[in-house]
Design a protein around this ligand. Structure first.
Ligand SMILES: Cc1cc2nc3c(=O)[nH]c(=O)nc-3n(C[C@H](O)[C@H](O)[C@H](O)COP(=O)(O)OP(=O)(O)OC[C@H]3O[C@@H](n4cnc5c(N)ncnc54)[C@H](O)[C@@H]3O)c2cc1C
Length: 375
């Protein structure tokens, strides 16, 4: 096993949270190591609608998604499982961009200044105020601070024996790109028995279709195709989509064991960012913004507490936990309430009637699950 030189911060996971954290800290000449298990570019199961709240911060990090083809989105459409539809403007708006392009855009800005290792982290030890991070290829790296940005579920969650990994989850998700005629400025959320499917355009003109469903609903069918035809296509919007859309992936990407359980913000002194700290229900379309925002929160506090005040781990841990809860706890709770409501037939039908009668409720609900512009 080799032990390399020390870094200021080791970031585990190079999705949006990890990459933005690296970009932020490297601006201050810190020695950063980012370890990501998959090489770039890579597709990822995600709705690929990003809230505009992150644009000012991404600009500060020297990232301009619109210059790389991101599609501006300002309209939202939601349909019940019976195809009844409501449309609304999006208070802040957003953009459509594939994770294939967005993560790579960030990665290309990180590599000139920070070290990026493509490897899987298998364990993390904390002793005498130093982290030792071990990887699958038998390398080990050291730093006084470690950031966990390894997403919804990782072998590290098991290694750390985090409470949520032992709880049963019944969610799975599927995503693929399609050739389909769909308005450029719109994101749609179409409900079906046991789940919902998001549609929006990406920078290539392809339409991303990403759905979340309960295993119970899915198990009634033998294949994704059968599920799409029998269960999802009960909604006329999805019927039209699956009848006319031409798949652009050889086969869709799937993930399972998605957990929306509460997670610890700091685990064995590791600062958790993005989905590693908590996953908001995807229907809110705000998980990516939260991941990016958490990178900003951590980086600013790290610079304030450690760099400027010469290091106090306790005060940084306290400050990060407090900031995380103040910014995200209520959003997660609201997302959870909306998801429960949409998946309950009677409640969803009541909500549809209410929103139809008082359309201003919808932008209000959207605002409750989103933040304000990150400056
Ligand atoms: C079905 C679905 C639809 C969604 N739709 C949207 C949407 O439309 N809009 C939105 O804003 N959000 C959406 N989200 C949420 C969004 O995808 C996440 O919130 C976001 O990706 C979180 O970013 P992250 O950086 O925390 O994690 P990730 O982007 O998952 O990155 C984690 C990284 O860590 C790496 N990793 C994991 N384990 C290890 C290890 N042991 N060693 C090294 N690397 C490791 C992974 O390879 C990965 O690259 C959706 C989520 C789901 C499930």
């Amino acid at each position: 096993m080799t032990t390399s030189e020390a870094y200021d911060v080791i970031i585990i996971g190079g999705g949006l949270a990890g990459l933005c954290c690296a970009l932020h800290l490297q601006k201050y000449e810190l020695k950063i190591l980012l370890i990501e298990k998959q090489s770039y570019p890579k597709h990822k199961v995600c709705g690929e609608y990003v809230s505009n709240e992150v644009l000012p911060y991404l600009g500060w990090l020297n990232i301009d998604p619109k210059a790389h083809g991101a599609v501006p989105i300002n309209q939202f459409e939601i349909s019940t499982r019976h195809g009844e539809t409501i449309e609304s403007g999006l208070p802040l708006g957003g953009f459509g961009m594939s994770r294939y392009a967005l993560d790579t855009l960030l990665y290309n800005e990180v590599v000139p200044k920070s070290e990026v290792v493509i490897d899987t982290v298998t364990s993390v030890e904390f002793q005498d105020n130093i982290f030792v991070v071990n990887t699958q290829s038998k390398k080990s790296f050291q730093a006084p601070y470690a950031v966990g940005a390894f997403g919804k579920r990782s072998i590290l969650d098991k290694q750390m024996d985090r409470k949520f990994v032992n709880e049963r989850t019944h969610w799975m998700a599927v995503k693929a790109h399609y050739d389909y005629s769909f308005p450029e400025n719109k994101v749609a959320l179409h409900n079906f028995e046991g789940g919902y499917c998001g549609l929006s355009q990406t920078e290539t003109g392809a339409v991303n279709a990403c759905y979340l469903t309960t295993l119970k609903s899915f198990r009634a069918c033998d294949s994704l195709e059968e599920f799409q035809q029998k269960v999802m296509s009960e909604n006329s919007r999805l019927k039209d989509f699956f009848e006319n859309a031409i798949p652009l992936f050889e086969k869709p990407l799937t993930i399972s064991q998605i957990s929306f359980a509460k997670k610890s913000i700091i685990e064995d002194h590791i600062f958790m960012l993005g989905d590693s700290a908590g996953l908001i229900h995807p229907l809110c379309g705000n998980g990516m913004a939260m991941a990016i925002h958490s990178a900003k929160l951590f980086s600013e506090l790290y610079l304030k507490e450690i760099r400027n005040k010469n290091g106090n781990r306790d005060s940084l841990e306290h400050a990060y936990k407090k900031a995380w809860k103040a910014n995200f706890a209520e959003r997660l709770r609201t997302g959870s309430r909306i998801q429960r409501l949409l998946l309950n037939n009677t409640a969803a039908s009541f909500a549809y009637t209410a929103v139809n009668r008082f359309p201003s409720i919808l932008p209000y609900i959207i605002k409750k699950t989103h933040g304000t512009a990150l400056v």
